[in-house]
Design a protein around this ligand. Structure first.
Ligand code: FEO
Ligand code: CA
Ligand code: CA
Length: 695
């Protein structure tokens, strides 16, 4: 349909790697996971088969946390997607209406796909790097010096590969920025780096210190939407979390035999966190940060007791190899990474970690009630009755979508009570059923006769408190081996579930499904309708009565990604000649109007990754436009629209991480320019006249 649009199809990158990622990203991010066998061998049906305030000052500060917005009972109005007539009717009946949330009217000229080594933003906007890899975080930390790195310096400086970003305002002009540091890329951090076996011990220790997270104080520049790092004074909240930070387990699996080790015979005090990807905030003003591809950090999986091996395999750890290719060899400086010596250490990672940004002396908490898998993130909302709900994705091919619902209710301002909420409740996994005949879902992406990929679904309970709902598994086993439990109850295998987040204005829940090159036509189902799914899609859930506590829902796909000239794409029925191409949706967030913002990871249309925005209601539903693109080799992470809608924050992760790049031959010089080495950094974008974003 060449006459539909003047846009040309961008050439595909010639990459041997699945997805648009470089070899370096695959190796360092997730241990070349895509090159390995799929780790879900269960025979769960692909559902195609089936179809065939009295608040303290402290809590007032917390109440301003961006992202902690929650939907009240029935606030949302009907989304146009509800397919189950029952759910649709309920949604309509209970939808009180709360303004035109998510209905659009964003005004900016979309950024064109490009391969430029810069942050490309719309006309009328400006951008700046707020905090960069190596910037001092703790008072007294040395300035960044690429040629003279030490582990001691890195442990006090901003870590590598920033991912999830959230902002806790302290008044109008100051705030605490929380940032995840997902992983280190030693081949770009050090000259001449080959692998973990030949690395110096100091390099290994620098890599360990580059992981984790940071709390940094930032300040508004003048009265603009620009923010900068505070570099003077006490900065009493500033903090670095690393692989070495003491933590604790809480919840039903804390103290279980599966979590005990020689160093921690009680099974309650894990150390550090690994590969923290996305996250969320709680209504009480703490961070939830998610351990994702933790499997890649361990060695000697071939040396664990035979009975444990199936569980290692299910979590992507080789049981036949001693030292996997590309391993960072943390075991050379800390033997807990040697599974032959400490097989249970693997079970002590892969959790959601809660961290209090306002208390630098607090102990981070691994909340076992939220299960263990390759956690992309955890985002919260409130059920109609006030219980806390956390939505979560397991980011691997053919893995599942989860949610946790607390037993008790959230009580505003009652901090001590609220901090127990994520320790007791029910963990559910999602099952999606299509409403079109299986014969109409052929893997091509062609819409079925009813014009929508849609259907109904249910949240299947896995465990409630100490009571397992999975035959043959104890509650602790369900929580530690959550993937195995979900296999047994017939959860739906999805195309890499990344962020799962509830729209604070409409109540719709959005699931980013990045891609899945391994899905065959026979495995296509209505919720994952394309085989060899290169570009991914976004799934929208409308829970019964628009209540986050519900156990049934309607769902549809408002966005099937790719080049809009490709007939196997869908933009909620909006005119495809007007929308931006998009590939590999990863993180999602919402602005105060309820518009859906989507960042991408691994664009397979030959252009850099970017940040996009799409109204989800009204006549502009589906009108997706690109707001920015990131530099060469980078991925767009942690998008955050400030509550006042005057600032957009993005974590520019792994700039310059392209095949054959090295410190001698960098492929990006962002953000410092000239001949500098690339530095993963959080950037802010604002309107030069101080206007609201998109107004
Ligand atoms: Fe760290 Fe799922 O991306
Ligand atoms: Ca349908
Ligand atoms: Ca991600």
């Amino acid at each position: 349909m060449a006459n539909m649009s003047p846009r040309r199809l961008l050439p595909l990158l010639a990459s041997p790697h699945k997805g648009g990622r470089s070899a370096l990203t695959c190796r360092f991010r997730c241990g070349d996971q895509c090159a390995h066998d799929v780790t879900n061998p269960s025979d769960n049906p692909y559902f195609g088969d089936v179809v065939a305030q009295a608040m303290s000052r402290r809590s007032m500060l917390r109440a301003g946390a961006v992202g902690a917005l929650v939907v009240g009972t029935g606030v949302g109005t009907a989304l146009p997607a509800a397919a189950d007539p029952d759910v649709e009717a309920e949604t309509l009946r209970h939808g009180g209406g709360n303004g035109p949330g998510g209905s659009g009217k964003l005004r900016f000229a979309a950024v064109a796909p490009n391969t430029d080594d810069k942050l490309t933003i719309p006309a009328g906007y400006a951008s700046a790097a707020v905090v960069r890899w190596g910037d001092p975080v703790l008072p007294g930390a040395p300035a960044f010096d690429f040629e003279n790195q030490t582990a001691e310096a890195q442990a006090a400086q901003f870590g590598y590969n920033c991912d999830y970003v959230t902002l806790f305002p302290i008044g109008h002009n100051r705030g605490l920025l929380w940032v995840n540091h997902e992983y280190s890329d030693e081949s770009l951090m050090f000259r001449g780096y080959k692998d973990g076996t030949s690395a110096t011990e100091e390099q290994i220790k620098i890599g360990m210190a580059a992981h984790g997270g940071s709390v940094v104080e930032i300040e508004r520049v003048g009265n603009s939407g620009e923010w900068r790092l505070v570099t003077r004074g006490r900065r009493r909240y500033n903090r670095r979390i690393t692989v070495h930070t003491p933590m604790k387990f809480t919840g039903p699996a804390a103290g279980s035999d599966l979590l005990k080790t020689a160093a921690d015979p009680a099974g309650t005090t894990p150390v550090g966190m690994l590969n923290n990807c996305a996250g969320g905030t709680t209504p009480w003003g703490t961070v939830l940060t998610a351990e994702e591809n933790f499997n890649q950090y361990f060695v000697n999986g071939n040396g664990v007791p035979e009975a444990q091996k199936p569980y290692l395999s299910r979590y992507g750890v080789s049981t036949t190899t001693g030292i996997p290719n590309g391993n960072r060899r943390f075991d050379r400086v800390d033997e807990r990474f040697d599974l032959a010596k400490h097989p249970n250490e693997l079970n002590r990672t892969g959790w959601i970690v809660e961290i209090d940004p306002f208390d630098p002396d607090s102990t981070p908490v691994k909340r076992t009630a939220l299960g263990r898998f390759a956690h992309e993130g955890a985002t919260t909302s409130l059920a109609a009755d006030g219980r806390v709900v956390a939505y979560m994705g397991d980011d691997s091919r053919f893995e599942y979508v989860y949610k946790f619902v607390s037993k008790k209710r959230y009580i505003p301002g009652f901090d001590r009570h609220n901090r127990t909420l994520l320790d007791e409740g029910t963990l559910y996994v999602a099952k999606f059923t299509g409403d079109s005949p299986a014969t109409e879902i052929d893997g091509s992406g062609r819409l079925p006769a009813d014009g929508k990929f849609d259907g109904s679904g249910e949240w299947i309970p896995l465990v409630t408190g100490n009571v397992s709902h999975v035959p043959g598994m104890t509650a602790a086993e369900v929580l530690v081996y959550t993937r195995v439990a979900a296999d047994k109850v017939g959860a739906t295998k999805m195309d890499r579930p990344e962020d799962v987040e509830r729209n604070p204005v409409t109540g719709g829940v959005y699931v980013a499904l990045t891609n899945n090159s391994n899905r065959t036509p026979a495995q296509a189902d209505e919720a994952n309708p394309r085989s060899a799914n290169k570009h991914g899609h976004v799934l929208e859930i409308v829970e019964r009565r628009n209540d986050a506590g519900a156990t049934t829902f309607a769902w549809s796909l408002p966005l099937v990604c790719g080049d809009p000239n490709d007939p196997a794409t869908y933009f909620a029925g909006f005119d495809k000649t007007k929308v931006s191409p998009i590939s590999c949706p990863d993180n999602v967030t919402f602005d105060a109007d309820g518009n859906l913002w989507i960042s991408t990871d691994g664009n397979q249309l030959g252009a850099n990754d970017g940040l996009f925005v799409m109204p989800v209601r009204g006549p502009e539903r589906g009108y997706l436009r690109q707001f920015l693109s990131v530099p060469v080799g980078a991925e767009t992470c942690g998008p955050l629209i400030s509550k006042d809608q005057r600032s957009v924050f993005v974590a520019v992760q792994h700039p310059g991480e392209t095949d054959d790049a090295s410190p001698e031959n960098p492929s990006s010089h962002w953000p410092d320019g000239g001949t500098s080495q690339p530095r993963p950094s959080v950037a802010v974008v604002w309107h030069t006249e101080g206007k609201k974003i998109g107004s």
